[in-house]
Design a protein around this ligand. Structure first.
Ligand SMILES: [Fe+2]
Ligand SMILES: [Fe+2]
Length: 298
C-alpha cells in the first residue's frame, strides 16, 4: 500500500474566495505575495501520481492537505490530478487543516462535495481492505492558528468501530489483520516528545493517545501535516506503536532548503508490517530513499 500526504494543490483564488474568512485571506497572501506557492510543484505532483500508479499498490492512503486554501478550484484540480488513483484501487482519504480553511456545516463538508465517495460520511470510518484495516479520524477544523481537535464523540465512535472487528484479544498476527489509525495531525514530534507548537498541534492529542494505548487492535498510526517526514512511536499495550509520516508529497525540489517530495510504501502481511520504503523526489524521478526509509531525515 502507498501513503501520500500534503500535496497542497494550488489554484489562484477568485475574489469571492478571499472574502469568506480571514484564514483563507491570510493563506492566499502567504502563497501569492510571500512566495509559499513556490514550495510546491504541480510537475512533481503529476509525477507522484504516475509513480504510485506504476507501483500498483493494493490501497492508497492520503492523510490530508490535498489543497492549499480549500477553494472549489483547488478541490477540482486535486480530483483531476488524483483521478487515475481514485479509479484504480481503494483510496482512503481524510481532510487536512488546509482542506477545512473556512467554516462549514462540519469539518470536511465542502471537501466531501468533491471526494465524498472516498471519504465516506462525516465521522470516524473503518474500512477493512484485504489484510489491512484503516480507521480514519477527523482532527481538523477551521481555526485561525491551525490548532486541531477531534469533533465531540469522534473518539468514542472510533472505539465502537474497533469493537466491530471482533478481535477479542487475538493478536493481529492471529487475526491476520493490521489496523492503521489514520489522521492528519501528528501526535509526536521527530524526537518522540508530544508534537508542538501549541498553535499547529492537535489540542486533544493526549485523549487520542489514551485510545491508542487502550486498544491492542491498532498496529500503526499514519499522519501528515508536518512537511518534513519522520518516523516516531507511541507506547502501546503490545509494545511500541509505529507512527509514520512520509512528509509532503507535493513539495517542489529545493535541495538547498532540504526540501523535496516523499511518499511511503508499506508491506503488510499476516498482521505484520514487514517493510517500509520511502520514496524521495531527486529532481527527475521518485526513488527509494538511500539507506532505507527515513535514513536521510527531513
Ligand atoms: Fe500540509
Ligand atoms: Fe496540515
Amino acid at each position: 500500500m502507498a501513503h501520500i500526504t500534503d500535496l497542497h494543490v494550488q489554484r489562484p483564488p477568485r475574489l469571492i474566495d478571499l472574502v469568506t474568512g480571514p484564514k483563507r485571506l491570510i493563506g492566499a497572501l502567504n502563497l501569492y505575495l510571500l512566495g509559499r506557492r513556490a514550495h510546491f510543484s504541480a510537475a512533481v505532483q503529476q509525477a507522484l501520481v504516475q509513480t504510485v500508479e506504476d507501483l500498483r499498490p493494493d490501497v492508497v492512503v492520503c492523510t490530508g492537505d490535498l489543497t492549499a486554501i480549500a477553494t472549489d478550484d483547488e478541490f477540482e484540480a486535486a480530483r483531476t490530478l488524483l483521478r487515475p488513483l481514485l479509479d484504480r484501487q481503494p483510496f482512503v482519504l481524510l481532510a487536512g487543516n488546509h482542506d477545512t480553511y473556512v467554516r462549514e456545516a462540519h469539518p470536511g463538508a465542502n471537501m466531501r462535495r468533491w471526494f465524498g465517495p472516498w471519504m465516506g460520511p462525516r465521522g470516524a470510518r473503518l474500512q477493512r481492505l484485504g489484510e489491512a484495516a484503516f480507521l480514519t479520524v477527523e482532527t481538523c477544523r477551521a481555526h485561525l492558528t491551525s490548532r486541531g481537535h477531534t469533533p465531540p464523540g469522534e473518539l468514542e465512535q472510533a472505539a465502537t468501530l474497533l469493537d466491530t472487528l471482533g478481535m477479542r484479544g487475538r493478536t493481529p498476527e492471529e487475526e491476520g489483520l493490521f489496523v492503521f489509525w489514520c489522521q492528519h495531525y501528528p501526535l509526536r514530534g521527530r524526537s518522540g516528545a508530544p508534537y508542538g507548537p501549541a498553535t499547529r498541534c492537535l489540542a486533544d492529542a493526549p485523549q487520542v493517545e489514551a485510545v491508542l494505548a487502550a486498544r491492542p487492535e491498532i498496529s500503526a498510526v499514519l499522519h501528515g501535516h508536518e512537511h518534513h517526514g519522520f518516523r516516531s512511536a507511541l507506547p502501546g499495550s503490545r509494545g511500541p506503536i509505529p507512527i509514520l509520516n512520509p512528509g509532503a508529497s507535493g513539495y517542489a525540489h529545493l535541495p538547498d532548503r532540504r526540501r523535496t517530495a516523499h511518499f511511503c510504501v508499506y508491506d503488510v502481511q499476516g498482521g505484520q508490517l514487514r517493510g517500509v520504503e520511502r520514496y524521495a523526489w531527486d529532481g527527475g524521478q521518485f526513488r527509494p530513499e538511500a539507506g532505507g526509509a527515513f535514513a536521510t531525515g527531513g
